[in-house]
Design a protein around this ligand. Structure first.
Ligand SMILES: Nc1nc2c(ncn2[C@@H]2O[C@H](COP(=O)(O)OP(=O)(O)OP(=O)(O)O)[C@@H](O)[C@H]2O)c(=O)[nH]1
Ligand SMILES: *[C@@H]1O[C@H](CO)[C@@H](O)[C@H](O)[C@H]1NC(C)=O
Length: 484
């Protein structure tokens, strides 16, 4: 009996000891895994391409940002407060443009964000701002890395100013923009008046920009309801159910809005976002002139010596063909009559189809050859320098090539350009960006382009036209705004 009990105890002791040993092993294994993971992570951080698949525990640091803090900041904007006095808070007026374009290039949306903000302002209502929703192919990360589908970017990552909830002028009582989330609280669904574009657009669709604007302004100002939501007409009825639609942006009908829009507080107070600004600052050193001392005493500010050219490539090869086959004009502000380098639509066009000569005529400027680009850069530089007022010294030797091209094409172009006396050449690919900055990379390129002494763009591109807008708001001269 006693022996049996003793034996039991011995067995238990063995069991405990084996368990202890097992725990020791487990512990060692865990330590080993942790060490290995840390090791590969550190190596990866130093040399991204060296160790990536070395270990199954390798951590891929190139992930989309979460924007956790920025989202919280947007949520906590001071105007998100029901108790604020009219025209904000629970008695204020609001308008949500649910018909705003989404899942398309950022610049197609930016136009509208600004114009809709101005419409809301003129109607005495707070503009409701929304996240930018990506067209999946344009997102800087592959689908396997998406945090949500389609990916979103908070508006405040891309821009700052009244459209994104920033303050108006100090003496301006206009209500500040609010987020879509806050709109749900201040304007619950059952308190909203829904306005469908189907009931508004048809009589004014092909009118001039100012007629369209005034028509909407009257409607939005006179509506007695506090909360308005504009909804899009069905797709099969209106392919572009925006308040200010693609047909308007792509024609000279938009120009009647120019002066007032340029001088509006929406344009004047529009600013670079802190994330974009951080990317601009951290990369500014790349633009410090590296060439020989210029023959003339020249500005210390590298942007005064810089020419930026937007080389719209990639998907534009097909885009240019359809632009030709639709007899398209330049886009939006690129059409302003004071700007040089106009494009005159060639005669001979028939609905939906253009002649081979006309298509070639479009491609020459929409998807230009290297020679064409080199020549344009020379002329733009010469003419800008010649246009200097007496006593004003102009010298350009810094070049920024901004592009969506992903190949080695610009590297070759760079070689040719350095022969032309461009001693400092920077391309989109040279910029160093962290995860958030990479997410807003297009806005970073745009900011350098708007600061440059001279800018050359693609007349059909909305990316270019939004740079042109900003430059003209900054009162840059027309001779500094060129199109190839
Ligand atoms: N970083 C960067 N991105 C660009 C550049 N040009 C175009 N892109 C991006 O390429 C993508 C093309 O999308 P689109 O819808 O065609 O672009 P968009 O911004 O609306 O402008 P456009 O097509 O030029 O009218 C967008 O994400 C653009 O922002 C560039 O020079 N630099
Ligand atoms: C092509 O576009 C131009 C510029 O908008 C216009 O004047 C011309 O009438 C158009 N051609 C045709 C055949 O529609």
């Amino acid at each position: 009996m006693l022996e049996a009990v003793k034996e039991q105890w011995r067995n238990k002791g063995r069991l405990v000891r084996t368990r202890q040993r097992r725990f020791q092993w487990l512990f060692l294994c865990v330590i080993a895994i942790v060490v290995l993971t840390l090791y590969t992570t550190v190596h990866q951080a130093k040399q991204p391409s060296f160790f990536p698949s070395f270990s199954p525990f390798a951590v891929d640091l190139d992930q989309p940002p979460t924007y956790e803090k920025l989202k919280k900041w947007e949520r906590d904007l001071p105007q998100h407060n029901l108790d604020l006095p009219y025209p904000e808070g629970r008695t204020g007026g609001y308008v949500l443009f649910k018909n705003q374009i989404q899942m398309l290039g950022w610049n197609n949306q930016l136009n509208e964000v600004l114009m809709n903000t101005w419409l809301a302002y003129k109607s005495g209502r707070a503009y409701v701002f929304q996240d930018y929703i990506w067209k999946s192919d344009y997102y800087p990360w592959p689908e396997s890395k998406f945090r949500e589908s389609p990916p979103h970017t908070p508006l405040n990552a891309l821009i700052a100013g009244p459209s994104a909830g920033g303050p108006w002028d100090p003496d301006d009582p206009a209500p500040r923009s609010v987020s879509e989330q806050w709109f749900d609280i201040v304007c619950p669904k059952e308190e909203r008046r829904i306005i469908n574009t189907h009931d508004v657009k048809p009589p004014i669709q092909w009118e001039d920009g100012d007629v369209i604007f005034n028509h909407w302004q009257k409607l939005l100002s006179e509506a007695p309801e506090r909360c308005l939501e504009i909804q899009p007409a069905p797709r099969e009825e209106d392919g572009f159910p925006q308040t200010f639609d693609l047909f308007l942006w792509g024609s000279d009908r938009i120009l009647s809005l120019w002066e007032a829009f340029r001088d509006s507080p929406v344009s004047r107070l529009f600013e670079t976002s802190p994330i974009v600004q951080a990317a601009v600052d951290r990369n500014a050193y790349l633009f410090m002139p590296r060439g020989p001392r210029p023959p003339v005493p020249v500005s210390r500010n590298p942007y005064d010596r810089m020419l930026a050219i937007h080389l719209r490539r990639g998907d534009f090869k097909e885009a240019c063909l359809s632009l030709a086959n639709w007899n398209s004009t330049f886009y939006s502000w690129n059409l302003l009559p004071d700007l040089p380098d106009k494009f005159v639509n060639p005669p001979g066009y028939q609905w939906g189809n253009n002649t081979p000569e006309n298509v070639a005529f479009y491609l020459e400027r929409c998807y230009p050859t290297d020679e064409f680009i080199l020549k344009k850069i020379r002329t733009a530089r010469d003419e800008y320098v010649k246009a200097a007022k007496p006593g004003d010294v102009r010298h350009l030797d810094v070049l920024f090539l901004l592009t969506n091209d992903k190949s080695d094409w610009v590297t070759n172009l760079k070689k040719e350009l350095s022969k032309d006396g461009w001693h400092t050449i920077v391309t989109t690919r040279d910029l160093e960006l962290d995860q958030e900055q990479k997410d807003v990379g297009m806005a970073v390129d745009m900011d350098f382009a708007r600061k440059a002494a001279v800018f050359i763009g693609n007349g059909w591109s909305s990316f270019t036209s939004n740079i042109v807008h900003r430059r003209l708001v900054d009162r840059k001269e027309p001779i500094s705004i060129r199109f190839y």
